[in-house]
Design a protein around this ligand. Structure first.
Ligand code: CNA
Length: 241
């Protein structure tokens, strides 16, 4: 299987990649639905990330922010993130990520579409005042729910909650449909519309995910393995480009 992926990579000029929370698990950021995921362990319910619930009761979401922002801050890119960043040297690469953790940028990837936004900035929902990652981290230590320092409005990170439209989906379709190969990495493919991108892919479709997904049958190559182990083995077999 690895030999086939090496061959496919060698022949490809343009590569599109859909990444999910699984690529950041080895960096210490838990996913939602994996073995040690946030939902799997019952740490937070899906409601916490729903926009209507957030407007009703933002406190549970900010309890998550208080715990997770320091984790996001400390996290370092994994071998898989670095492998993707290295592909930039000799290929045209476009990464569509469902992740909010900015680890692709930390690894050096240039062309990243953040379908679900990121933790980089937040805004006041009333006056639009911008807050940096750092500032929000400070505010949630001082109060259970952070309100705007200028107008008292509720602050919301620029991440996409359930029931909100995703960002740059047209660009994501363009990138996926224009590339020679499509990778889906570390994603359960349970979240729409990110999971529909596979239908726009042409050429080889490769899924690498620890657990089986309900969309495995749509891919040409499916590997159920830890991503870092997979790319380490691929590199050891000369599959670096
Ligand atoms: P998910 O539904 O939690 O699925 C993650 C998948 O990754 C699971 O099927 C796991 O089996 C698999 N997995 C876990 N570890 C590894 C590994 N080391 N190697 C290979 N596979 C692994 O997450 P999705 O991304 O599919 O769902 C989309 C959600 C998750 C988006 O809305 C994200 O914002 C959200 N999320 C993001 C982060 C982050 O930014 N790092 C963290 C948690 C959740």
């Amino acid at each position: 299987m690895i030999e086939t992926v090496i061959q496919v990579l060698k022949n490809a000029k343009s590569i599109s990649v859909l990444t999910g929370a699984g690529i950041s698990v080895n960096a210490g950021i838990p996913d939602f639905r994996g073995e040690t995921g946030i939902y799997t362990r019952g740490l937070y319910s899906e409601n916490v990330f729903d926009i209507d619930y957030f407007f009703e009761n933002p406190k549970p979401f900010y309890d998550f922010v208080r715990v997770m922002y320091p984790v996001f801050e400390k996290a370092k890119p994994t071998l898989a993130h670095k492998f993707l960043a290295d592909l930039d040297h000799n290929h045209s690469v476009c990464i569509v990520t469902q992740n909010i953790d900015l680890l692709h940028e930390k690894a050096g990837s240039k062309n990243v579409i953040h379908l679900h936004g990121s933790v980089e900035r937040s805004h006041c929902l009333k006056c639009g005042k911008e807050y940096s990652f750092e500032r929000l981290k400070e505010l949630v230590i001082k109060s259970a729910v952070p309100y705007c320092e200028s107008c008292g409005g509720l602050i919301k990170p620029d991440i996409v909650f359930f029931s909100e439209p995703v960002i740059d989906f047209d660009k994501a379709i363009e990138c996926v449909s224009a590339s020679d190969i499509f990778f889906a990495l570390g994603t359960s493919l349970e979240v729409y519309p990110a999971n529909s991108l596979v239908q726009f892919a042409r050429g080889n479709k490769i899924l690498i995910n620890k657990k089986e997904t309900e969309m495995d049958y749509l891919f040409d190559i499916v590997v159920h393995e830890d991503l870092d182990n997979f790319f380490k083995e691929l590199q050891s077999k000369g599959g670096i480009v």
